[in-house]
Design a protein around this ligand. Structure first.
Ligand SMILES: *Cc1c(COP(=O)(O)O)cnc(C)c1O
Length: 375
């Protein structure tokens, strides 16, 4: 039986060498590596500043603070995301106001944003889901018209573009994440990018216990956090960044194989669709089961039994218990997000998968779907 995990980091001898080199110094935190990683990351994204942090979630939290969000404020965002995006709004006491998603790209539906804007709305947290950009042109227009800040959760979509422009460069700040299942990894880690010096300076201080750069070690200017990225992780980030283009090309190739194989089965499975203005970078490859009688979770369990790891990407955030309790959200509030949540499935995607692997995976998937249909 073949065994396919859903994701796997791509770690080379060069990555290992870089991490080991750090361990041969006495500088395991706040050394030269995180600065080098920041500098190279900012250059790669074409922005002025990058601020390395301990996770994507930590980065989002700091961006919310830097945007000046407070209790009573409202932030418009998507219910179809990893929970960290909406949680970061809760961390500063603001209220996430969800807007249903576009049925094609699964990103926030720009056409439904304006009706949710109130006097309390201060920002839009866009989440570029699965590896492709939100429809940024109308969103930028709405933000300008209503004087709203834009913050980008780009954790799943590094190097994705919208009309040729990279995600992460549209808002006042943006966050990337480097957990081992992302397109590049540092183990745990994240990066904030911005063109605003004020935001960079503030985030830089907040991640390091609120210290200001020109003061003494035990002087604290703000209520800060320990959200620092250690030097081993930063070293891994530097060498991963060097091969990011290569790794994304590989992911595109695998997604292309899946797309091609799925073409002859469109009555059973909906392949992912890339928006016309988008270049996708494939954090995950998510299909949708078309047969509404099929128990998706049973399908996942059956696939697991034959060595195939798949995952329900993603549950809708508004239906988690504490969101329901705190905000009174219920089933039916965001029908498009809920429908995708109920029938979507992420397939294995990682460097090393061959076209034959993809054929095998789709073959097994189809036969398990058909078995369930017959029941
Ligand atoms: C991965 C991810 C994050 C941040 O994840 P961390 O595990 O904290 O690095 C945030 N938002 C989205 C949409 C993500 O996929």
């Amino acid at each position: 039986m073949n065994n396919y995990p859903i994701a796997k980091p791509y770690i080379t001898a060069k990555d290992k060498k870089g991490v080991l080199a750090v361990l041969n110094t006495d500088n395991l935190s706040l050394g030269p590596k995180y600065r080098e990683f920041e500098k190279k990351f900012a250059e790669k994204l074409g922005v002025k500043y990058a601020c390395a942090v301990s996770s994507g979630t930590a980065g989002l939290h700091l961006c919310m603070i830097a945007a000046g969000l407070k209790p009573g404020d409202e932030v418009i965002t998507t219910p179809f995301s990893f929970i960290a995006s909406a949680n970061s709004i809760l961390y500063v006491g603001a209220k996430p106001v969800f807007v249903d998603i576009d049925p094609i790209t699964y990103n926030i539906d720009a056409r439904k944003i304006e009706q949710k804007i109130t006097k309390k709305t201060k920002a839009i947290l866009v989440v570029h889901i699965f590896g492709q950009s939100c429809d940024m042109e109308p969103i930028l227009k709405i933000a300008k018209k209503h004087k709203l800040k834009i913050i980008e959760d780009a954790c799943e979509s590094i190097e994705a573009t919208y009309k040729g422009r990279k995600v992460g460069t549209f808002g006042e700040s943006a966050v990337f994440a480097f957990y081992p299942n992302k397109q590049m990894t540092t183990g745990e880690g994240g990066m904030i990018i911005t063109n605003k010096k004020r935001i960079y300076d503030l985030c830089s201080s907040l991640r390091n216990q609120g210290r200001s750069s020109n003061r003494q070690w035990l002087d604290h200017k703000y209520l800060g956090y320990n959200y620092r990225l250690d030097e081993m992780s930063a070293a891994l980030g530097i060498s991963q960044l060097e091969k990011l283009d290569f790794m994304i090309e590989k992911r595109r190739k695998i997604a292309g194989w899946y797309n091609e194989i799925l073409k002859s089965n469109i009555d059973i499975i909906q392949a992912p669709v890339t928006g016309v203005n988008n270049k996708h970078t494939w954090f995950v490859y998510v299909i949708k089961i078309k047969g509404k009688k099929i128990n998706r979770d049973l399908l996942i369990a059956n696939l697991k039994k034959i060595g195939l790891s798949t995952k329900p990407y993603l549950p809708s955030i508004h239906l988690f218990d504490f969101y329901k309790k705190q905000f009174g959200y219920k089933k039916g509030d965001f029908p498009i997000a809920e429908e995708v949540s109920a029938f979507s499935l992420a397939l294995p995607i990682y460097i090393g998968l061959t076209k034959r692997d993809c054929e095998y995976i789709i073959h097994k998937l189809l036969s398990e779907v058909i078995k369930l249909e017959r029941k």
